[in-house]
Write a protein that binds this ligand. Structure first.
Ligand code: MTE
Length: 449
């Protein structure tokens, strides 16, 4: 049992949360004096707990009235579109330095270590572009639905955004995870923080029209047309095959809304495909065309990319579902536990096959496990937040989470996964993540087999 009478411990956030972009770049370039200086500054703010002040000294933050209690605040609509506090300005999506050579074909990672609950603020949603993003004029954007054979579809059509937005809509919360998330870690520990190990992951409420509604409007013949091809309007010619069962069951939809507003340009404005449970690449952004057909297209993004290299040298294709996975987001790599005591250990779990059923957490590298509390409602193919109390006794510890989904599938350890998948893959790494807490409280990324 957790002793909650222990005073809560304090945690210093990962360097990215208090270093400026320039300082992070300096550190990546190996100039560590910045790291020392910034750690000292961050430490100074945190290392004198209120209780440790000399008796009778009192806390000036409670004894003196601050200026915000004695002056007039800013008027409404000073910022017609709201912004986070300036004190949160380091919580940003970030590129992993040196990951790709051009920013137009790259990734920015979501700062999972600083988020609460399950919804990703739209401005912090991870980005993955194959050829950059555009802010597309919605009045000039079209969605065409056609077929490779007239027998598959009676009336091919072109929809404007206005026409799409007048159709009956659905709003659903789903996670999106790039198939390459955690891909750098297949062989060994590669990156320090959860932002880089797991940050190609986000979760939003999307709003749009089920693709089924559009295909039926165009007179699809489900008996003959068993696949759809989705195509984006960007220069990357992004195309992905999606099996018709996913469309027929109503789950796939063309979305224009994200978290109550229109999609952000980086995430596909004005239209993207939402394919719940399936790897991010199939969520085609700037969606301009859906073709129906009777077999998979084996396009470049499914025959050459987004395939799994197996230990025997063969590739697996169309392994699109994101299997059950979880990660502790706090405490996590780069953070520091500043003193012993109670910590609320918190993380995220998700499965491309449905709902999360259980998350177990270990504090000793997988020897003993305790069941965490799931924050409901637990939703289908959405992130699920879990929490569990832990009293750190100041000794080294290894924190892990292991999720199980409603199919009974249990997230594997690195030993188990590597036996089947080897170490040379890029995609679909759903292994258990381990964070080591050292005696000094520093949290680092380690792998336990
Ligand atoms: N769609 C188009 N048209 N072009 C792209 O480059 N990237 C794909 C997918 N859809 C991409 C695309 C990949 S690989 C992923 S992981 C997701 O979009 C990322 O979506 P996000 O940028 O909204 O996070």
């Amino acid at each position: 049992m957790v002793d909650k009478t222990q005073p809560p411990g304090r945690l210093r956030r990962a360097p990215e949360n208090f270093l400026t972009d320039e300082e992070v770049k300096e550190i990546s370039a190996g100039r560590r004096r910045f790291l020392r200086r910034s750690f000292l500054a961050a430490g100074a703010a945190l290392t004198v707990p209120v209780a440790a002040r000399a008796a009778g000294e009192g806390d000036p933050a409670i004894l003196n009235l601050p200026e915000w209690s004695t002056s007039l605040g800013q008027p409404v609509a000073t910022r017609p579109y709201g912004q986070p506090s300036k004190y949160e300005s380091q919580l940003l999506r970030r590129e992993s330095p040196g990951l790709t050579r051009v920013g137009g074909a790259s990734v920015s990672f979501c700062p999972l270590q600083g988020l609460f609950g399950i919804i990703t603020p739209s401005g912090l949603h991870f980005e993955r572009h194959h050829q950059g993003w555009h802010d597309i004029d919605p009045s000039r954007h079209r969605l065409m639905i056609n077929a490779s054979d007239p027998a598959f579809l009676k009336k091919p059509k072109v929809y404007t955004m206005d026409e799409l937005m007048r159709l009956p809509s659905v709003s659903r919360i789903h996670f999106i995870e790039c198939g390459a998330n955690t891909g750098l870690e297949w062989g060994n520990v590669a990156v320090p923080t959860v932002q880089y190990t797991h940050g190609m992951l986000s979760c939003s409420e999307f709003t749009g029209v089920p693709l089924k509604t559009l295909l039926e409007d165009c007179g699809v013949d489900y008996k003959k047309a068993r696949y759809v091809l989705a195509e984006g309007a960007d220069g990357s010619s992004m195309t992905r095959t999606i099996p018709m069962e996913m469309v027929e069951n109503g789950e796939v939809f063309v979305a224009y809304g994200q978290n109550g507003e229109m999609l952000r340009p980086e995430n596909g404005y004005p239209l993207r495909l939402v394919v719940p449970g399936v790897q991010g690449v199939s969520w085609v952004k700037w969606l301009r065309r859906i073709e129906v057909g009777d077999k998979p297209w084996a396009s470049k993004d499914e025959a050459v990319h987004y395939i799994d290299l197996l230990p025997n040298g063969l590739h697996r294709q169309y392994s699109s579902i994101q299997e059950c996975k979880s990660v502790i987001t706090t405490p996590s790599g780069g953070q520091t536990l500043l003193d012993k005591g109670f910590y609320n250990v918190s993380g995220l779990a998700w499965s491309g096959r449905g709902r999360i059923k259980q998350v177990d957490v270990s504090f000793d590298g997988g020897i003993n496990w305790q069941t965490a509390r799931l924050e409901g409602p637990v939703q289908n193919k959405a992130l699920t937040r879990f929490n569990i109390g832990w009293v750190w006794d100041g000794k080294p510890a290894i924190l892990q989470s292991r999720a199980m989904d409603e199919t009974g599938y249990v997230q594997p350890g690195y030993g188990q996964l590597r036996k089947v998948r080897g170490t040379k893959s890029i995609y679909h790494n759903n292994a258990i993540q381990s964070w080591k807490v050292a005696e000094g409280g520093e949290v680092t990324n380690v792998q336990v087999l």
